[in-house]
Design a protein. Structure first.
Length: 195
């Protein structure tokens, strides 16, 4: 009775191992799954260890987009409100006041010289342009990261059963070279590497 249980267990284990060995992912399906939702291609390819990398990269991209977007919106509204303020159209929202720095803190903007007003306006505008550029670049990098993970799922599916046997052996065998116009038949040794 005990032997029957052992045979059934060994057959079941043998069947499970052969099913696992038969698994060969389809690269087209891996690409489609990865394009539908990031990380599904890696799950399909059974590369679970890559999931923290996939989601970590997307969390980093989302943080960069959010940070640069918030900074851009802040400097943009500050620049617009400062221009309204300087043109005599006061706005209830003096968001530019947060960005005052250096010697500008001690004076009201109406008391600034035109050079100081121009310099502050230029500083707000260049900061706005700086964060807009990096916000847009963050979007482009996110699309690139998305494409990289799709390509990764495809390559993993293609190379799933690639043999990485560490046995790199060299074979030495005698060889007989054919007659050519330059020399007669000759005998030599052939070295071949199997990998």
């Amino acid at each position: 009775m005990l032997t029957d249980t052992v045979r059934i267990d060994s057959l079941a284990n043998g069947k499970m191992q052969s099913e696992q060995e038969k698994f060969k992912p389809n690269s087209k399906k891996a690409v489609i799954l990865s394009a539908i939702f990031p990380g599904l291609g890696q799950i399909y390819n059974r590369k679970y260890w890559k999931l923290p990398l996939v989601y970590g990269s997307f969390i980093g991209c989302a943080y960069a987009i959010t940070w640069n977007g918030n900074q851009y919106n802040g400097y943009r509204s500050a620049y617009i409100n400062f221009l309204y303020y300087m043109n005599g159209k006061p706005n209830d929202n003096n968001s530019w006041d947060v960005y005052r720095y250096g010697s500008y803190l001690s004076q009201e903007p109406k008391d600034w010289t035109s050079a100081m007003q121009s310099q502050f306006s230029t500083a707000l505008k260049s900061a706005r342009d700086y964060y807009r550029r990096y916000r847009d670049m963050s979007y482009i990098i996110t699309v690139g990261v998305y494409a990289i993970w799709i390509i990764d799922a495809y390559v993993d599916a293609q190379l799933f059963d690639f043999d990485i046997n560490p046995d790199l052996s060299m074979h030495i065998a005698p060889v007989l070279f054919d007659r050519t116009a330059v020399n007669t038949r000759s005998v030599g040794m052939q070295l071949s590497f199997a990998f």
